[in-house]
Design a protein around this ligand. Structure first.
Ligand code: RFL
Length: 396
C-alpha cells in the first residue's frame, strides 16, 4: 500500500485551467495540491496560445491574477484576410461589441499563475505524473503519483479536478459509458511555428491560398507565431527554415503585400485540428476542466480562454461545496459550461471552413474554393456579417 497524503482538492495539470483553479481555491482558503508531469522550467517556456478574450481578462483581474498581463499584454483590435481577392482588414475592436483581445503569451500567464499560487501558500508537485485514479465515484477519491525520483505515493482528496488535457490521466480514469466524447477530426493539419522575428504586420493575418492556409500572429516584440497548413502526418523537421520562409512568402503573397520580417525558427510542431467535448464534464467526484473537458482547434484561439472560464466555474462550485456545504454548483457544473463550449466550437468550426479550402484541382475542390471565396467576400462587404464575426472572435 503506497504512502497516502491528504488534501481537499487534487488538481491534475499545471496549465491555465489547473493553475487558475488552484489560485481561486487558495484564495477561498481551500487546501489543494497541483500535480504536474513536466518540470517547472518546461511549463514556463511552453509557447502555445497568445490571445485572451476580454471575459478571460476580466475573470483573471477580478481574482488578482492579471497584474502581469495588464502590465505587459498588448491590446489587439485588427485582423486581415489575404487571398486572390487582395486583402481586407477588419477592425474588430470597432465592430460588434467594440471589444479587443489581449496578446499575452500563454507561457507568461502560466509563469505568473505559478508564482501567485506559490505566493498563496499553494503546493505544486512538478515532475510528478498521475498514473492512475481510484474511488472517483466514492467519497474519497485518490490519485497515484510517480514523483521525480521515481517515488510513488497516493494523494487523497474530497474532489479531483482533471485539468490535464486530452491525453491526461483524468479521461483515462473514466469508466466506459461514464461520459460521451463528441469528437471531430477536421482533416486539417497545421505546422505551428515560432519565429525569432518581430511581427511583420500589426494585424493577425489569415492568408487563403490554393497551396493551403498560412497565418501570422504577433506574440512579443521579438517572437512571432506563424502557421502553415500541411498534409497530415508531415514531419515538422522536414520543414527547414529556408523552406518555411519560402512557403510563407508564397502563401502570404509578399510580392503583392510587402516582405515578412524573417528570423530563425525556434519551434516547429504539427497540430491536427481536432475537436472533442466530454458530456457530462464530471463523473462522481472527478471534474474535468480546460482541454480535458473540451479540446478545440486553435483556429479561433479559444482554448486557453475556455480553460480560464471552466476553471472559474469549477472553482466557484467547489468553494460553495467545501466552504458552504452547497453542492448545487457542482451538480450543475456541466450544464453551466457546455453552452459556452459548444458556442466556441461552432465558431471555431466556422473559422476552419473560412480559412481552409480543399487543395487540388478536382471538381469538388474547385467548387468548394469558390464557396470559400464567396464567404470571404461576404465578410469583406457585409456589415452584419462583420459584426457577427467580431462578437464571436472576441467573445467566449
Ligand atoms: P494544458 O495547458 O495542456 O495543461 C495540461 C497540463 O497537464 C499536464 N499533464 C499531467 N500532469 C500530471 N499527470 C499526468 N498524467 C498528466 N497529463 C498531462 C501537462 O503536462 C500539462 O502541463 O491544458 P489546459 O490547462 O486545459 O489549457 C488549455 C490550453 O493550453 C490550450 O487550450 C491552448 O494552448 C490552445 N491554444 C490556443 N488557445 C487560445 O485560447 N488561443 C490561442 O491563440 C491558442 N493557440 C493553442 C494555440 C494550442 C496549440 N497547441 C500546441 C495545441 C496554439 C497551439 C500551437
Amino acid at each position: 500500500m503506497p504512502l497516502t497524503q491528504r488534501t481537499q482538492v487534487v488538481i491534475v495539470g499545471a496549465g491555465p485551467a489547473g493553475l487558475v483553479l488552484g489560485n481561486m481555491l487558495r484564495a477561498a482558503g481551500i487546501d489543494c495540491v497541483i500535480v504536474e508531469r513536466q518540470a517547472r522550467a518546461y511549463v514556463e517556456q511552453r509557447g502555445r496560445a497568445g490571445f485572451l478574450a476580454p471575459a478571460s481578462v476580466r475573470v483573471l483581474e477580478e481574482h488578482g491574477l492579471a497584474s502581469g498581463l495588464l502590465a505587459k499584454g498588448q491590446s489587439h483590435g485588427t485582423c486581415a484576410f489575404r487571398g486572390e481577392h487582395g486583402q481586407f482588414e477588419l477592425n474588430y475592436g470597432e465592430l460588434g461589441q467594440r471589444q479587443v483581445l489581449t496578446v499575452y503569451p500563454q507561457q507568461f500567464l502560466v509563469t505568473d499563475l505559478i508564482a501567485e499560487f506559490l505566493g498563496r501558500g499553494g503546493d505544486i508537485r512538478f515532475g510528478t505524473t498521475v498514473t492512475g485514479m481510484h474511488g472517483i465515484d466514492g467519497d474519497s477519491p485518490s490519485v497515484d503519483c510517480l514523483g521525480p525520483d521515481e517515488d510513488t505515493y497516493r494523494l487523497t482528496g474530497e474532489y479531483v479536478a482533471g485539468c490535464d488535457g486530452q491525453r491526461g490521466a483524468a479521461l483515462r480514469a473514466l469508466p466506459a459509458g461514464a461520459a460521451t466524447s463528441f469528437r471531430r477530426h477536421h482533416g486539417v493539419t497545421w505546422l505551428a511555428l515560432l519565429a525569432q522575428a518581430p511581427p511583420s504586420m500589426e494585424a493577425v493575418t489569415y492568408a487563403v491560398h490554393e497551396r493551403g492556409f498560412a497565418g501570422h500572429m504577433a506574440r512579443t516584440a521579438t517572437v512571432t507565431r506563424f502557421y502553415l497548413q500541411v498534409p497530415r502526418g508531415e514531419d515538422p523537421e522536414a520543414w527547414t527554415d529556408a523552406r518555411v520562409w519560402e512557403e510563407l512568402r508564397t502563401r502570404m503573397r509578399t510580392e503583392e503585400f510587402g516582405p515578412l520580417r524573417e528570423g530563425p525558427i525556434l519551434e516547429r510542431t504539427t497540430v491536427d485540428l481536432n475537436s472533442a467535448v466530454s458530456v457530462p464534464m464530471r463523473y462522481g467526484r472527478l471534474f474535468l476542466a480546460g482541454d480535458a473537458a473540451s479540446l478545440i482547434s486553435p483556429s479561433a484561439a479559444k482554448g486557453a480562454n475556455l480553460a480560464v472560464m471552466t476553471a472559474r466555474t469549477l472553482a466557484a462550485a467547489l468553494t460553495d461545496a467545501l466552504v458552504g456545504g452547497d453542492e448545487r454548483g457542482l451538480a450543475g457544473y456541466s450544464e453551466a459550461c457546455l453552452p459556452r463550449i459548444w458556442h466556441a466550437q461552432e465558431f471555431s468550426h466556422w473559422m476552419i471552413n473560412l480559412l481552409h479550402g480543399p487543395v487540388g484541382d478536382g471538381e469538388d475542390a474547385v467548387f468548394l474554393r469558390r464557396l470559400q471565396h464567396a464567404r470571404l467576400m461576404s465578410l469583406r462587404d457585409m456589415r452584419s456579417h462583420q459584426d457577427h464575426f467580431a462578437e464571436n472572435y472576441v467573445g467566449i
